[in-house]
Design a protein around this ligand. Sequence first.
Ligand code: ADP
Length: 171
Amino acid sequence: LTQGVYLDNRTPSAGIKGTPQERTFIAVKPDGVQRALVGEIIKRFEARGYKLVGLKMLVPSKALAEKHYADLRTKPFFKGLVEYMTNGKAPVVGMVWEGQDVIRQGRRMLGATNPLESDAGTIRGDFCISIGRNIIHGSDSYESALKEITLWFNENELADWQLANTEWINS
Ligand code: ADP
């Protein structure tokens, strides 16, 4: 990116909770990328009325994946999870989405952690069946969103732009 208007340092990375400026971190995991679901996932957030403010594709380092999943470090599946996220068989697509209640709504759009418990119509409920291959991540709270956006993105990688449609979506 060489042009554009970026957020200044006074703006918290997760935006402003409870406003149309709230932000969440969504990541298509390697299995979602491998299964060619990146477009489908972006489509659902766009169609809902959310605004894409950050987007990158990368194979995360072990350190990044371990920090991202730090809360799970004592779980038996932790090592396998980090291996899977970082082995490079497919990259991760990390995104920051912005809009009213996007953290909570993002989780609803994802479905339950275990896809077998996810409602049909959710991303996991429609596209996967295994808890170890549940294709997508979404921040589960404002605190997680702040932590994860800061971990995966630099401030100057988040675009500050106006969705022309905003009054049709938010009024
Ligand atoms: P979520 O991704 O829905 O926030 P968690 O934070 O509990 O769920 O777990 C993070 C990720 O760890 C899950 O999305 C899944 O990829 C993996 N995971 C969770 N539980 C298991 C499990 N029992 N076996 C294998 N992987 C798991």
